[in-house]
Design a protein around this ligand. Structure first.
Ligand SMILES: C[S@@+](CC[C@H](N)C(=O)[O-])C[C@H]1O[C@@H](n2cnc3c(N)ncnc32)[C@H](O)[C@@H]1O
Length: 244
């Protein structure tokens, strides 16, 4: 664990277009304090209320992680740790989350279920972590991309901490482009602050066009409500991309 925490960064992630979120629907900004407050309320009932409906998506994402090469896995927005028991023993997991209330439940799960492949559970902002470049083979964010204040900043940070040739996975609910479901989701967006996530979250708010075309995008049951996105971390380190 110590090696992934070395090299504390002094600068924030770059390459974030301030227009990105405005361009893709009426997202109400959820800042870090709003996220902490929302998940303080959710922590006690999260597994009961949200755990079962999201099970398929979570298991599908972890199964995909388990099939990928490399052992060092970063799970961002680990929450109450619902995914942790599903990783194979060969994967070493570091989980991070903004919410100490959610993390407390994840730590209890690790203790109760004797999850010896969980190396650390840390209170940390996934948009601006303290990990050195290339610390992980795989990063996975389950139902997190629509919660963080700046999804593109999250993506940039995950590209930084995953080694070139590694993988970044998201499983999330994304806005239906049109139809009744899309209209309902846009209507629900007004409740973003109390829900703690954005029902009107468009995939384009997370992935820039160049990643959108190369990402593997798979609908997940039930009824394709969730989508698994797998992105290979390209071979060019982020620092060189910025110079180019
Ligand atoms: C919907 S829950 C998902 C929890 C878990 N991944 C799961 O599958 O059940 C979203 C989690 O993301 C966390 N979160 C939101 N913004 C974050 C950020 N910027 N950095 C780290 N965690 C964050 C929240 O505290 C919450 O625990």
């Amino acid at each position: 664990m110590s090696e992934v925490l070395q090299g504390v960064r002094s600068e924030s992630a770059e390459n974030v277009s301030p227009q990105t979120e405005e361009q893709h629907g009426p997202r109400v900004a959820l800042d870090a304090d709003a996220v902490r407050a929302a998940y303080r309320r959710w922590a006690g009932v999260y597994d009961t209320v949200f755990g079962s409906v999201s099970t398929f998506g979570r298991k599908r994402a972890v199964a995909a992680v388990n099939r990928l090469p490399g052992s060092r896995v970063l799970e961002v927005g680990v929450g109450t740790g619902l995914a942790l028991p599903h990783y194979t023993a060969g994967k070493r997991i570091t989980g991070i989350d903004l919410s100490s209330d959610m993390l407390a439940r994840a730590r209890e799960r690790v203790r109760r279920d004797h999850l010896s492949n969980v190396d650390a559970l840390l209170e940390m902002d996934a948009e601006d972590t303290r990990f050195a470049d290339g610390s992980f083979d795989i990063a996975v964010a389950m139902f997190v991309a629509s919660v963080v204040p700046h999804p593109r900043k999250l993506l940039t940070e995950l590209k930084r901490v995953v080694r070139p040739g590694g993988y970044i996975l998201f499983v999330n609910h994304f806005l239906a482009p049109n139809g009744v479901r899309g209209a309902i989701e846009r209507g629900m967006a007004r409740a973003s602050h109390s829900l703690g996530w954005h029902p009107d979250f468009a995939m384009e708010a997370l992935l820039p066009p160049e990643d959108l075309v190369r990402a593997k995008i798979e609908p997940v049951p039930p009824a394709g409500l969730f989508t698994l996105v797998t992105l290979e971390r390209d071979a060019v380190p982020v620092s060189q991309e910025k110079v180019a």
